[in-house]
Design a protein around this ligand. Structure first.
Ligand code: NAD
Length: 327
């Protein structure tokens, strides 16, 4: 019932017609109780009790990333379908073990890269599919968060670090739009802005050059503390043209006065992607009901983790890293 858990709980209660929100869980009693009271559902601090409840068909895992494997495995062992927030895990080993378990479970197991359900990204994907961008050449992504993550997520030993925690979204989107796996990465970064992150050994500003197996290449840039808001821009360049998603400003609010025209940035991911989260949760329910494969599988989760790990290694070695090395 942290940031992500609250978003999904609200959606499953109100906006997924096929689902009933059975219970909310948080190990912090006050958090669980407040959320349960607000949402009008049962609450508990005991994850194992909740995942073993016979009345529950599916579990949304939105605990801190270092606990993903533990909680998701318990849910799979109890025979539940699992929606798991990104990234799959904070290490390749945990991610690999969890993915293997998920793939052999026969349950729906969906990873939470909600940008794939965003209208603009969907339209880019469609225009690529109908060939209007021609041969895909370049993938470019700029991801600037308004504030560094608090608590556990500032610690790379618990979150996996910026490449896992933040940029795995952009790696997943790169694979999805370019319809190709990444073959190698060259990453660099610094930590000059967020003191807490630097102390814990993570980076706050990074750049990644990627090569795709298709021959295309990509550039992904991440920054943890953008003073003007959430700035997310993505571009795909092809031989037939270019498609751009995102802008720095929030077009729904403009101030006009003697200083001129001013727009704010979009505040945070929850504002930018509210409709995408809703579509994502509905797609999970639909996959369960129709017994179909989720759009974003455990294998997709693994691929994003591998790219993140290759970036981490590349920064440490100051050299490009081939993804083949991780298999
Ligand atoms: N899709 C997205 O854009 C997006 C956005 C935010 C977070 N996330 C992901 O969601 C996950 C959670 O991140 P967050 O920002 O919501 O974290 P958070 O710190 O806001 O919330 C985590 C919650 O889990 C609780 N918790 C910790 N250990 C627990 C346990 N053993 N059992 C039950 N509850 C426990 C904590 O008390 C806390 O309330 C992470 O994997 C993160 O990467 C995804």
């Amino acid at each position: 019932m942290g940031r992500a858990g609250q978003i999904h709980a609200g959606i499953f209660r109100d906006k997924v017609p096929e689902a009933t929100l059975a219970c909310v869980v948080d190990e912090a009693e006050k958090v669980a109780k407040d959320a349960g009271t607000r949402l009008g559902v049962n609450w508990t601090t005991d994850t194992s009790e909740a995942v073993q409840d016979d009345g529950v068909d599916a579990v949304v895992v939105a605990v801190p990333t270092y606990l993903h494997a533990r909680v998701a495995s318990a849910a799979l062992d109890a025979g539940k379908h699992v929606f798991i927030e990104k990234p799959l895990a904070h290490t390749p080993k945990d991610a690999e073990q969890l993915a293997r378990r998920a793939l052999s479970s026969g349950r729906v197991f969906q990873v939470g890269y909600m940008r794939r359900y965003d209208r603009a990204y969907r339209e880019v994907k469609d225009s690529i599919a109908n060939g209007s961008l021609g041969l895909l050449l370049i993938y470019r992504a700029i991801a600037h968060d308004p504030a560094p993550p608090p608590g556990w997520a500032a610690d790379p030993k618990l979150s996996g670090g910026i490449f896992y925690d933040m940029l795995s979204h952009d790696f997943d989107m790169g694979r999805n739009l370019m319809a190709s796996e990444v073959s190698s990465v060259y990453a660099t970064g610094s930590s000059k802005v967020c003191e807490d992150i630097a102390k814990k050994g993570d980076l706050d500003t990074v750049a990644v050059l990627m090569k795709f197996k298709s021959g295309a290449f990509g550039y992904v840039e991440g920054f943890r503390k953008s003073s003007y808001g959430y700035d997310l821009r993505t571009e795909v360049v092809g031989s037939g043209g270019s498609a751009v998603v995102g802008a720095m400003n929030d077009p729904s609010l403009t101030f006009a006065d003697r200083k001129g025209l001013r727009q704010s940035g979009v505040k945070w991911f929850a504002d930018r992607f509210d409709a995408a989260f809703e579509a994502e949760d509905n797609s999970f329910a639909k996959a369960i009901i129709t017994r179909s494969n989720p759009e974003i599988s455990a294998s997709d989760g693994i691929r994003a983790v591998e790219i993140a790990e290759a970036c981490r290694l590349s920064v440490a070695r100051k050299k490009p890293v081939s993804l083949g090395e991780l298999h």
